[in-house]
Design a protein around this ligand. Structure first.
Ligand code: SF4
Length: 367
């Protein structure tokens, strides 16, 4: 991979939650004030020991639940980040409606956060309860009103589908309700039941593949009629509101990963900061690194970019690896273009309308 500029994106993971959702497989521990204070101390040590690009363009604080921190801790975290966010154009924080209030909204706004992502999931009270979520759709609405009043109006909602017992009518209602709240961006993820989650341990299953595919088709056909264009497999935005930070991942550009449970990528090195909070508190620089082979990195770049409706810029691939896409994937891509699943133009490689729903099969062929 040719040397590139330093990463312009930073992801920071807040590993605490106030309650645990039954489907969740992310790195998180139950919030305790003393532990969160110790984590902030360790985070400051991590920042002090690492060098970051002073010209970061996007910062994303995710989790866990960033808003599970107390007001004082949130203020401390964001004050600490201030010197790194002066050039940032998109500054996102994930929010759980259960742990948000007016003071926290003001803290976010005062420190320059200009985009939030809220876990809406569904508007169905029974399904929310089954998932171990303790908020209602009115809580989401209340938090959105608070944020807008404070000055943060770029709001994304996360929805989930293929939930146990969810019907197509449930999904239709959830989408109608979500859209009525006037977000600028929607992410829709199908449930995957992991063994180590409460769902997994209880033997819960997501819906069958056919129903899941029907739901996905419904989502892709319906959201554009509400003014949300699909720009990635699971993401839909109003014009001008695509997530700049997440596009860094999908275009396979480099990004810093900071804090317990975060991942980063710099050149051929991918790394995971330890997901054990205990280890992180002892040594905030504890991480696993993987050095990618060039062939693996080339495939990963194509794999990520094909998630985007616009596909991959061929010039970016060539600049990165010093080889044209057609040469690197000779003997693998031609059948896909003949079958009408992949389109290779002068400038881009992208899935066709026919290829996009079967992206995994397209990628298998390229692998
Ligand atoms: S709030 Fe988010 S990170 Fe925490 S348990 Fe629920 S889904 Fe997982």
């Amino acid at each position: 991979m040719t040397p590139r500029n330093k990463p312009e994106a930073l992801y920071l993971h807040v590993p605490f939650c106030r309650s645990i959702c039954y489907y969740c497989d992310f790195t998180h521990v139950m919030y305790r004030k003393e532990t969160a204070d110790a984590w902030l101390d360790a985070l400051e040590k991590e920042f002090a020991s690492r060098e970051f690009n002073p010209g970061l363009k996007t910062v994303y604080i995710g989790g866990g639940t960033p808003t599970s921190l107390s007001e004082e801790q949130l203020e401390r975290l964001l004050s600490f980040l201030d010197p790194y966010t002066s050039h940032v154009s998109e500054y996102t924080c994930e929010i759980n409606p259960e742990t948000m209030n007016e003071t926290k909204a003001q803290i976010l706004f005062q420190h320059g956060v200009n985009r939030v992502s809220i876990g809406f999931q569904t508007d169905n009270a029974k399904l929310l309860k089954n998932m171990g979520r303790h908020h209602t759709v009115n809580d989401v609405k209340h938090v959105m009103d608070l944020l807008r009043k404070t000055g943060i109006s770029n709001i994304s909602l996360d929805l989930m589908y293929s939930l146990p017992e969810q019907t197509m009518e449930d999904l239709e209602t959830a989408i109608r309700t979500a859209v009525s709240l006037n977000p600028s961006h929607l992410s829709l993820y199908s449930l995957t039941v992991e063994e180590n989650t409460v769902f997994g341990k209880r033997g819960y299953k997501s819906l069958d593949e056919e129903m899941e595919a029907d739901m996905y088709e419904y989502i892709c056909q319906t959201l554009p009629s509400y003014g949300f264009h699909q720009y990635e497999v699971s993401n839909f935005a109003k014009d001008g509101f695509e997530s700049q930070h997440n596009k860094v991942y999908w275009t396979y550009r480099d990004f810093y990963g900071v804090s317990c449970g975060a991942s980063g990528k710099e050149g051929y090195t991918r790394y995971d900061v330890t997901s054990s909070l205990k280890k992180y508190l002892e040594n905030p620089l504890e991480r696993d690194e993987i050095l990618l082979e060039k062939e693996d990195a080339m495939f990963e770049m194509v794999m990520m970019n094909l998630r985007l409706k616009a596909g991959m810029e061929k010039s970016l691939f060539e600049e990165t690896f010093g080889i044209r896409f057609e040469e690197a994937f000779r003997g693998k891509y031609e059948t896909l273009t003949e079958q009408g699943l992949l389109e290779v133009s002068q400038t881009h490689v992208k899935c066709t309308e026919k290829g996009f729903p079967v992206l995994n099969s397209v990628l298998e062929e390229l692998l």
